[in-house]
Design a protein around this ligand. Structure first.
Ligand code: BTN
Length: 276
């Protein structure tokens, strides 16, 4: 993927700058380095191959040469209110979901909080990271990985549940123009970003949720809160919340209905289908 080709494909989009690599450790790390040097808003880092791609929860993200889309965008909180930070991951996931839907008519869904699934198989993942200066967010990096060719799923990215990996070409049964897909995803990010605070955004995210009405388990990190009890209970050791997916809260937390009929709100965690 040549920088000139990427530039041509994105020429009508307000991308802030472009760094294009044949091979890089992680585009998120490159974007963070660039942000520290003053990258512009919507600066884009894209790589043909990542040798140390990262996923959520410390997972490795496998992106072999030419097989996937692996890119990261720099965004600044002053162009995005800090209270909207939890929506950043959803911004990436919603953009991929909408692009797959509009470009290829694929019925993509979002597995809360950061995976994009088609036919219940994972085709894309999002890793949003913040750069801090004390307690201030200085810059945000939105990293998106999309499996495009079969080679991208040859070595399965670590997955702790029964969700299989798939790729866009397998879903369509034909070759895919990666630059057209990149352009479509970026256009969606750029279109949704100013609307992060809106009910439209929340509704679009909620209506895209995978596993609505199904039993899931969410392994929690250190943060758990119940409806009506603001403030997470910090310092808990990881635990599992189990319930049926009923939707999202205003703050983007996942709402589950437990077996006892209680509604529980989960703000951080990894969702897995409940073993049958
Ligand atoms: C996940 O599914 O856990 C998130 C995967 C995110 C992968 C993308 S690829 C581009 C960017 N660079 C990285 O190192 N990770 C993200």
């Amino acid at each position: 993927m040549q920088a000139t080709q990427v530039e041509a494909a994105l020429k009508d989009l307000p991308v802030g700058g472009l760094r294009c690599f044949e091979s890089v450790g992680s585009t998120n790390d490159e974007a963070a380095r660039w942000a520290a040097q003053g990258a512009p808003h919507l600066a884009l880092v894209i790589a043909e191959e990542q040798t140390a791609g990262r996923g959520r929860s410390g997972n490795t993200w496998y992106s072999p040469a030419g097989a996937s889309l692996a890119f990261s965008l720099v965004l600044y909180p002053h162009q995005m209110e800090p209270y909207l930070l939890p929506r950043l991951t959803a911004l990436g996931a919603l953009a991929v979901k909408d692009a797959l839907n509009k470009l290829y008519d694929l019925p993509a869904q979002i597995k809360w909080p950061n995976d994009v699934l088609v036919h219940r198989q994972k085709v894309s993942g999002v890793l949003a990271e913040a750069q801090w200066d004390g307690d201030q967010v200085k810059a945000l990096v939105l990293g998106i990985g999309i499996n495009v060719t079969a080679a991208s799923t040859a070595q399965v990215n670590p997955n702790t549940d029964a969700i299989q990996a798939t790729c866009v070409e397998a879903l369509l049964g034909r070759p895919v123009d990666r630059l057209a897909l990149l352009r479509a995803v970026l256009a969606e990010v750029i279109s949704w970003q100013p609307r992060l605070a809106t009910q439209d955004f929340l509704q679009a995210w909620e209506s895209s949720l995978a596993f609505r009405g199904e039993w899931v388990q969410v392994s929690l990190g250190q943060s758990r809160g119940k409806d009506g009890l603001p403030g997470a209970l910090e310092g808990l050791s990881p635990t599992i919340e189990e319930g049926k997916v009923i939707g999202l809260s205003q703050d983007g937390s996942l709402r589950l209905r437990t077996a006892s009929g209680e509604t529980v709100k989960v703000s951080v965690g990894e969702m897995h289908l409940r073993p049958s």
